[in-house]
Design a protein around this ligand. Structure first.
Ligand SMILES: Nc1ncnc2c1ncn2[C@@H]1O[C@H](COP(=O)(O)OP(=O)(O)OP(=O)(O)O)[C@@H](O)[C@H]1O
Length: 259
């Protein structure tokens, strides 16, 4: 019965997304490092306002997909369309200014700058806001992400949890249309993970599209509209969360459960 309720909610959510324009589309994207085929002919799309969750075993090629979307890595073949146009030729800062914001699995703040300065920098150079507006946005993001108390602290001195918060905050301060989140719930307590999910719900309600790579499956399941499972660089499954998580191949590969 519980299962049925989850499916019903997902059906409604799916129907709502059906007429929605596609924001990001990857078509047959491949990437190798030497002989290692890290991304193998991967195709998927994300609609405006949708949250796509990405799952897969360690080393499956999830972060590489983000690198190809954000421009941190160059694809070998295939196409990536964002907001109606090709982006593979754009450099990372150009993709950021086009509306792609991301967090990194290993936080990458400007360590010697304060938390506030990190956010102002993101707002000035990512969102291209003039200084006064950048300050206002940075102050807003500080409040939204619970970082106000650390505003004047050097980013390098933050705990891991707060550096992860700052990763999300810096991405938000670029005012992204598409937010790429790489394992931001890892290491959080249950309570903190659910607080994060609430924060992501709020961001979604403002119209931001998201792709979230996460091993904390129940957090991902509680918010994702669809899931994509990657294994050995290739797409293993894609669909509404309950369907994907009951797929025998996904259970075998990702959870080690034989169907
Ligand atoms: N720049 C690189 N040069 C060489 N190999 C790389 C490079 N980047 C990633 N790889 C390799 O590609 C594979 C996929 O890495 P990736 O970080 O995309 O996996 P992942 O699914 O995100 O893993 P995890 O869940 O552990 O973060 C790994 O074997 C990794 O060592």
């Amino acid at each position: 019965m519980q299962q049925k309720t989850i499916m019903d909610k997902q059906d409604v959510s799916q129907a709502r997304l059906d007429d929605t324009p596609i924001l990001l589309a990857l078509d047959n994207v491949s990437k190798s490092y030497g002989a290692l085929r890290v991304t193998q002919e991967v195709s998927f799309s994300v609609k405006e306002g949708e949250i796509l969750g990405i799952l897969g075993p360690n080393g499956a090629g999830k972060t590489t997909l983000f690198n190809l979307i954000s421009g941190d890595a160059r694809l070998d073949s295939g196409t990536i369309l964002f907001d109606g146009g090709p982006i593979a030729h754009l450099r990372p800062h150009q993709r950021c200014r086009a509306g792609i914001g991301r967090s990194y699995q290993i936080p990458q703040p400007f360590s010697n700058m304060t938390v506030f300065e990190n956010l102002v920098t993101a707002a000035c150079f990512g969102a291209r806001l003039p200084e006064r507006k950048a300050w206002d946005l940075a102050a807003q993001v500080l409040d939204d992400t619970g970082l106000r108390v650390y505003a004047n602290k050097p980013a390098g001195g933050l705990t891991l949890l707060n550096r992860k918060r700052l990763e999300l905050a810096r991405a938000l301060a670029t005012q992204p249309k598409l937010l790429l989140l790489d394992e931001i719930a890892g290491g959080l307590t249950e309570h903190e993970a659910m607080e994060l999910v609430d924060e992501l719900r709020r961001i979604k309600a403002e119209g931001t599209t998201m792709i979230w790579i996460e091993h904390v499956v129940h957090a991902l399941m509680s918010i994702a509209d669809r899931l994509l499972v990657i294994n050995f660089g290739a797409k293993l499954a894609e669909g509404v969360p309950a369907e994907v998580m009951s797929n025998p191949e996904v259970r075998r590969v990702y959870m080690g459960i034989d169907a």
